[in-house]
Design a protein around this ligand. Structure first.
Ligand SMILES: [Zn+2]
Length: 74
């Protein structure tokens, strides 16, 4: 396995659904709480009305980045 391993599409979908529902992000593989890092708009050219959430599993080191609309309660 490499450190750039990704989740499957289904796993990412489930993760995103949980996050958008206000639930804590949990790695679908390790069942551990994931590190949650908001990536602010601006420096990535996304504008201030958009924001990205970067979820990183400290166990398997998989990560997923979601676009979330600002105003969506996380
Ligand atoms: Zn994991």
């Amino acid at each position: 396995m490499t450190e750039t391993a990704r989740y499957t599409v289904d796993e990412e979908k489930a993760l995103k659904a949980a996050v958008l529902a206000g639930e804590p992000a949990t790695c679908p593989r390790c069942e551990v709480r994931m590190t949650h890092r908001p990536i602010g708009g601006g420096s990535f050219g996304l504008g201030y009305h958009r924001q990205r959430e970067w979820l990183l599993c400290p166990s398997c080191r998989r990560s997923a980045i979601f676009d979330v609309k600002r105003g969506t309660r996380l």
